[in-house]
Design a protein around this ligand. Structure first.
Ligand SMILES: [Zn+2]
Length: 402
């Protein structure tokens, strides 16, 4: 059985009493219909956000979007909107509703920075085609922010916001691994009941129940320089040492178990007639489980030199732990969605998000709650327009019923 909008409906089957079924359908249609009626406002707001380009590395531009959203959050009736000044990236915003209510808060996690350099709008203009909305950063994840705003606004207006604090955090450094917001995210998540990560769903519309963890390492090989013609025997060739290490590192791949280890950049040597004394390389690692993360870390930091006199150092520069799959959380969200006519699916991804931090702390985390679409980080980035009201319904339902 499908509802007006093509969503599978099982409410009536769940509730055998005719009265309950009628009431349930009413609620379901009412919420979905309400958000359908808001679709053009949601798209207008999306355009306002997309046209304020927000490449992570351009603080001035990102702060213009932060200014816009600070006003927007105040207009949405937040009790407080707190702005945390940042030196290197755009400022962060933390809005709170029901701030004095009892209970542990729900935490929305939203990043507004994008990977698209300023000026991308000239080659990727905003346009709508075949039910899709194109624009840089629209999917990842400006549309996700709008879905959260809409759900909160609707419940505020109806007096149906749950009687507990609702926190909404906007950050500006996710696309570079959240180096400035990680501590704040962890601090806010520590006492929250549920983290709602508004990253895009998969293109098939599945929320993300697992994400690989990722670690970036720097490998430094030190040898000894020497004249390649006069005294090659006195040198220690860092490139030859690197070549042997590279093969060993490559053997740490275990793709069947989701572990990948990729040497992604390498630079070394100083001149065409000098035995090279130094090589630097970057290593990208991805894992599915905490156990794999610890094993891999031990292997990489235990590398020992193959050539006498060479020195090998491998250090982790940044990492996000894996978000391990939690079936119970998905089942609960799916059951709530079904009651409001929104069927959800689950999937996972090799890409990380801020949800990795909260999940690794043991905080119930739902990720990929944003818009459906495709092409994140690419020139064909787009949002499936009718997923906006659908996801807003899901978020409102989760807020009311979790
Ligand atoms: Zn994102």
């Amino acid at each position: 059985m499908n509802c007006l909008y093509g969503c599978k409906v099982i409410w009536a089957q769940d509730r055998p009493s005719a009265d309950g079924a009628r009431k349930g359908r009413l609620m379901m249609f009412e919420l979905l219909e309400y958000f359908r009626g808001r679709q053009s406002e949601m798209l207008d707001l999306l355009t306002e956000m997309v046209k304020r380009e927000s490449f992570t590395r351009d603080k001035v531009k990102v702060d213009r979007l932060v200014d816009f959203l600070e006003a927007k959050l105040n207009a949405l009736g937040a009790d407080t909107v707190q702005r945390t000044t940042q030196a290197e990236v755009g400022d962060f915003l933390l809005a709170k509703w029901n701030k004095n209510a009892p209970g542990m808060p729900y935490l929305f996690m939203i990043h507004i920075d994008t990977v698209h350099p300023i000026g991308a709008l000239s080659t990727m203009p905003v346009c709508c085609e075949d039910g899709r909305y194109f624009g840089p950063g629209a999917l990842d994840m400006k549309a996700g922010a709008i879905i959260a705003f809409e759900a909160i606004q609707a419940l505020c207006q109806r007096g149906q916001l749950p009687n507990r604090p609702i926190h909404l955090l906007i950050t500006t450094d996710e696309e570079i691994g959240s180096p400035y917001s990680e501590a704040l995210i962890k601090e806010l998540a520590a006492d929250c009941a549920l983290a709602l990560v508004m990253e895009p769903a998969t293109k098939e519309g599945a929320i993300k129940t697992w994400r690989k963890g990722g670690g970036k390492y720097e490998l430094v090989i030190e040898g000894r320089a020497s004249h390649a013609g006069i005294a090659p025997q006195e040198g220690i060739n860092a490139i030859i040492e690197f070549a042997q290490q590279a093969l060993e590192i490559n053997r740490l791949n275990d793709l069947k178990y989701g572990t990948s280890v990729s040497i992604t950049t390498v630079e070394g040597g100083s001149a065409g007639n000098v035995i090279p004394a130094l090589v630097r390389a970057q290593i990208d690692t991805r894992v599915l489980t905490m156990e794999a993360m610890h094993d891999l870390h031990a292997a990489l930091t235990d590398l020992y030199p193959k050539m006498p006199g060479a020195k090998v150092t491998c250090t982790r520069q940044h990492h996000r732990p894996p978000m391990e799959r939690r079936r119970d959380l998905f089942d609960k969200a799916a059951a709530i969605g079904e009651r409001y006519g929104v069927t959800i699916y689950e999937a996972g991804t090799g890409g990380g998000s801020d949800g990795n931090f909260t999940a690794a702390m043991g905080i119930p985390t739902l990720d990929g709650l944003g818009a459906h679409g495709d092409g994140a980080h690419a020139t064909h980035e787009h949002v499936i327009i009718d997923s906006l009201p659908r996801q807003a319904t899901l978020i409102a339902a989760i807020l009311m019923e979790w």
